[in-house]
Design a protein around this ligand. Structure first.
Ligand code: ADP
Length: 201
């Protein structure tokens, strides 16, 4: 199979800013967060099982999963979290694989905040970690989501520690500078991946 590059990073590190720039260069980006929503859409077998397990009040009135309510339920209950992960992770993995296989670009990106925490890492040949100082992560996320500092800090604390994530990277994109600098870094990496793909032929 063609080259699959995984992209991950903590909240507000700049994953979307990076993947947007690869997309602008014609590269297919499979977004694990989007896939995670698709596998529990109304009418899906997984959503039916979730509603049976947690009760119908885990659904919104429009029939979609109440993701905030579910997060709260599993946050405080390890057994429920494991049950949910055992249901959804294989489905997410299969759908990611299907989307990767449909990709027609020279190589494919898999963008996932949980790339290194799940079996998703087995789907990629190469790991790119987008990294920014924690103060930048905090400030950029607060500006993007209008979240307060405590909320963003809680999310950051629940994610893999920065140094563990960096230790698992094949390449680190340092996003402590401007968006122009980020674009140059993406360009260099894009050329490098194209070169790898072309020298494999
Ligand atoms: P992630 O997808 O990792 O959560 P985003 O790519 O959404 O992070 O970036 C978080 C916010 O910071 C976004 O609003 C984005 O436009 C902004 N941002 C990202 N990188 C930079 C940068 N180098 N300079 C300024 N703003 C940035």
């Amino acid at each position: 199979m063609a080259l699959v590059v995984g992209i991950t990073g903590g909240i507000g590190s700049g994953k979307s800013a990076v993947t947007d720039r690869f997309e602008n260069r014609g590269i297919t980006v499979v977004d694990a967060d989007r896939v995670a929503r698709v596998v529990v859409e109304p009418g899906s077998p997984a959503l039916q099982k979730i509603a049976q397990h947690f009760g119908a009040d885990i659904l919104q009135t429009d029939g979609y999963l109440d993701r905030a309510a579910l997060r709260q339920r599993v946050f405080s209950n390890d057994a429920d979290r494991q049950w949910l992960e055992q249901l959804t992770h294989p489905l997410i993995g299969m759908e990611i694989l299907a989307q990767v296989e449909r990709s027609e670009s020279p190589y494919t990106l898999l963008s996932s905040p949980l790339l290194l925490d799940t079996s998703q890492k087995a789907l990629v040949d190469y790991v790119v970690v987008v990294d920014a100082p924690e103060a930048h992560q905090l400030a950029r996320t607060m500006q993007r989501d209008a979240n307060d500092e405590a909320q963003v800090k809680r999310i950051m604390a629940a994610q893999m520690p920065r140094k563990d994530r960096l230790a698992l990277a094949d390449t680190i994109i340092d996003n402590s500078g401007s968006l122009e600098q980020l674009d140059e870094k993406v360009e260099a990496l894009h050329r490098d991946f194209l070169h790898r793909v072309n020298s494999q032929d």
